[in-house]
Structures are given as C-alpha cells and as structure tokens.
Design a protein around this ligand. Structure first.
Ligand code: FRU
Length: 519
C-alpha cells in the first residue's frame, strides 16, 4: 500500500486510524511504562450522512476513511510504550457521554498516596483530569483508573470545576510539595488560572497569569513544569519553572504554536523572570506540547502534536484514514544563550536509542564537499543525521559558508534545510518544504519556509527525517523546528553539501538509519 508507506512516519506516533490532535494524560508508571493518551475521533457519529461510520463499533477497514478523519466528537485514544518510540495501541480510554459533547484535553496523575481517597488499596491509582466540552459549557471532570490507566470510570461527583464558561479548558495537574496544582486556560481571556487542591476533587483558585506574551486569539493547553537548567551543554543540577502556553490561532507564522515563560513558582503564583514571549519551535508544526507526570524533574519529557490547526484537516493522509503525527518524545531543559538570554532547549529522548539502526554514513572530516547518500533501501524511510562543526580560530566566514541538506525523491520532491555560518545572516537555520509537491502549492496557510535567527554560531546541527515529518535541532536543540511535508514519492536521497568553510574547519557528519517503531 504505497499511500500508507509514503506518509505514515516510522518513528513518530500516529493513530492506527481516525483523527488525532493533542497529547493528553501523559504519565510514566512505576514499571517504566509510558502512557500516551491523545485527542481522537474514531466515531463520526454526526457525520453518518457522509458515509462515515462508527469505528468503535465497527473497527474494520471500512471505517478507515480519510474524509472522516477530522476533529469532532473527541475521545481519548491510548497507547503504551516501554521506550517512548515503540507503541502498542490500546482501546479508547475515555468516551464522551453523547455525540454532542467531547472529552477535550487534560492530564493524568498517579495518586500514589491516595490523597483523593479513591484508592485505599493500591498505590498505582490513576486520575485523569480533563475538560468535558458541551455545546454550552466547558467543565473539568475526573475519571478514575484502578488498573493502571487502561480503563477509566467517570467520577460520580463530576464536574469538579465549573466556572460557568464555555471557554475554560485543558487542565494540567502537577504535585507541588504538599498539594496538587492545576493550570488551566480561560482561553478567550488570555488568562491561565492556577488552582490548588489537596484531594483532586475540590479546587481553590490561587492566582492568574494574564495577558502575558503573545496573545494569539486563544490560550490553550498550559503546562507548568520544572526543567533542568543547563550551562554550556551540561546540567548544572539546578531546576527552573516554566509556564508553557499554546496559542491558536494567531501564532506569528499563523495558526498554532507554543510559547513559554521561565520563572519562579511558590506553589500558588508563577512569576516570570522577564516579560519576553519565547516561541518553542521555529516552524509551524509543534503544538499543545505536554509534559509527562511521574518523571524525575531532572528529566522533563514532553510530546507535542506535530500539526497546525490552520491546515490539519486538509493535508494528505493515508488510505487507512489516519491523520496527524506526534513529535518525537523530547528531553527539555532551560539554558542561557548569548544576547537573548533564556532558551528552552529540547532533544530527542535518549538520542533515539530504541530505534537507532545502522550507521549509514560517517565522515570525520567532511571539509567543503558534497555527497549524495541513497537511502532507498532503508525500509523505514527514517534517518537521523548529525553534524559537529569546529571552526578554526580567526577563520574567515562569509555568506557562502553554509551547510545544506537536501532530501529528494525520484519524482522531483525536495525537502531542504540548512545553516548559514557567515555574512549578514550568520547564525540562521532554515527549513524549506516548498518543493515537497504532494501538498501545499495552492494553500497559502501551508507556509513553505521557516528560519530562526541564531545567536551564536552553531557547533552541532542534527535532525530526523521520517517520511512526512522533519525535526531539526540546532546546538543541542537550543533552537528546534518541526515541520510536516508531503512528497509525491518517498524521499530517498540525502545530499549533504558544505561550502565556504575556512581552512582548518572540522565538520564531522554522521547519518544513521532508524528502525521502524511499528509493532
Ligand atoms: C488544542 C485544543 C484544546 C482542546 C482540544 C480539543 O489543540 O483546541 O484546547 O481541549 O484541542 O480537541
């Protein structure tokens, strides 16, 4: 099935069929099993007129229709993994009570100490905290799991938080010293509410974080998390708090993106270090990022939805009618860079260990060169590359001093990315999906080129290409870009080209094939 293998990523999570958006309820259990829930729509009960049928009732090939894979009557899909790359699909975890409501985004916690009183006989009770969206209201509900997150029962006392608003959603709960803390978006008021609770059932308003950064048109999917602080590429042992807010629509490049604020948190109030709005990703397909509950704070691990509300419902998909991929699982940290100050960095979890295959190509001293690597026999279609760059003291760089990558197909598709070392654009990284010709030409919203203004010359550039998604990380991910693209034919050639690098530059290039993570 060519459509299937063309677009479906090999090492990024995609739903077996149907529609997917935000990651929800992320947690890791005490056995090290990672749980990913996600906004999904397999039912299309309301779209029966279009011939879309209920896949939860009839899970066969007939229900896998691309036209039916659009957002609507939201559920929580579920998958589990031992390593964050190889996923096992699980049955749908949360169902809305009827066809006009949806189980919207939210989070999950393990109530190991039975603070809620729901779990007198176990230390692995899971509580999902989510928004129930109805035509008139958005209220916050709980669902309880006695079997470690596989099946859930709605709490009898629902809703646990109702402020009478139809724009109040996406609760994310963390534990702070001696109480639970929820961040939640008053979406159209550009406000993140901070609530506290001792038992997950009764929530008290503690403070608001309002009108900060880029407003977009709505705030969504907030996270309040602790991340490790790095200095010059290594962890200092310190931790910092970050408020992360997804905005949609109204991102600087259009549609949806996340912004973040480093700061301090005292259990009730979040205070940003400065008023700057910082964007998580320099391309357009990284949204609604959520952090896992249950990790050590020195390992702040997240997954984002790799799409954009502007065009997500119309981009190509596979014959099986699935739509959207998640980003790679990422480690996150806060670091200080020259000139702009705080930057949140992110890197693929464990450098893709679980799926890293054979080293495909290696050159320890590439120099000024151009090499084309044919990877058509890499059946996953997925590759990881890294370039380590050491520039000579006093070497002269100019606008021709560049590193360029071109992934191409025999049909003429080209995905390009690169980095500029000299001239007036020194420090710029970029991605260009303009020549992936399966989608985009006539869609002005499917922005085709992205760049980031670097602040110091990069020493390391790495990335992952995976059939229809590309992620690029500059300098240990101090800057990262996530971009989907849709070629007409599989990309299977990689050209690495450098030019204008001064005598004495050392450029080490390595390329690995990635194993497919499909079970
Ligand atoms: C963000 C979002 C959330 C909402 C969910 C609905 O992408 O709009 O605010 O809970 O998606 O699917």
């Amino acid at each position: 099935n060519t459509t299937f293998s063309l677009n479906r990523p090999s090492v990024h999570f995609t739903p077996s069929h149907g529609w997917m958006n935000d990651p929800n309820g992320l947690f890791v259990d005490k056995n090290g099993t990672w749980h990913l829930y996600y906004q999904c729509e397999w039912t299309r009960l309301t779209a029966a007129a279009n011939g879309c049928i209920d896949c939860t009732v009839t899970p066969n090939a007939d229900c896998r229709q691309p036209d039916c894979a659009v957002a609507g009557n939201q559920h929580w899909g579920h998958a589990t993994s031992p390593d964050l790359y190889t996923w096992t699909n699980q049955p749908i975890a949360l169902f809305p009570p009827n066809s006009t409501s949806g189980v919207f985004s939210g989070s999950a916690v393990i109530d190991a100490n039975n603070t809620s009183g729901f779990f007198p006989d176990q230390d692995d009770g899971v509580v999902a905290i989510y928004t129930l969206n109805t035509p008139t209201l958005q209220v916050q509900e709980l669902a309880l799991s006695y079997d470690g997150g596989y099946t859930f029962t709605p709490y009898e006392g629902n809703p646990v938080l109702d402020v009478g608003s139809n724009q109040f959603r996406d609760p994310k709960v963390v534990w702070y010293e001696d109480h639970w803390v929820m961040v939640i978006a008053y979406s159209t008021e550009f406000t993140i509410g901070i609530f506290t609770s001792n038992d997950l059932k009764t929530w008290e308003h503690a403070s608001n974080f309002t009108d900060m950064g880029l407003l977009g048109l709505q705030y969504e999917c907030p996270n309040l998390i602790q991340v490790p602080v790095w200095e010059n590429g290594t962890a200092t042992g310190d931790l910092a708090w970050i408020m992360l807010i997804s905005i949609n629509p109204g991102a600087p490049l259009g549609g949806s993106i996340s912004e973040y604020f480093p700061g301090t948190f005292d259990g009730y109030t979040f205070t940003p270090y400065d008023g700057a709005a910082r964007i998580s990703d320099f391309a357009k397909d990284n949204y609604a990022e959520q952090y896992f509950f249950g990790t050590d704070p020195s390992e702040a691990i997240s997954i984002a939805w790799a799409s954009n509300w502007q065009y997500t419902n119309v981009v190509p998909t596979g014959d099986e009618g699935w739509r959207s991929a998640m980003s790679l699982p990422r480690y996150n940290y806060l670091t200080k860079v020259e000139r702009t100050g705080w930057e949140m960095g992110s890197l693929p979890y464990k450098q893709l260990d679980a799926v890293k295959g054979r080293q495909f190509s290696y050159d320890q001293d590439f120099g000024n060169n151009s090499v084309t690597i044919d990877y058509s026999n890499v059946t996953s279609g997925a590759m990881y590359f890294s370039a380590n760059i050491t520039l000579p003291e006093g070497g002269v760089l100019d606008a021709t001093s560049t590193l360029n990558l071109t992934f191409s197909s025999s049909a003429g598709d080209r995905l390009r990315a690169g980095y500029i070392f000299g001239g007036s654009n020194a420090g710029v990284g970029w991605i260009d999906r303009r020549y992936t010709l399966g989608y985009g030409e006539d869609d002005p919203l499917f922005t085709d080129r992205f760049s980031v203004a670097g602040v110091a010359l990069a020493k390391r550039i790495e990335g992952v290409i995976d059939r229809s998604i590309f992620e690029m990380f500059i300098d240990d991910g101090a800057f990262s870009g996530t971009s989907v693209f849709f070629p007409q034919e599989p990309l299977n050639n990689l050209t690495v080209q450098t030019g204008g690098m001064p005598e004495g530059s050392r450029i080490e290039i390595a390329v690995w094939e990635l194993d497919s993570a499909w079970q």
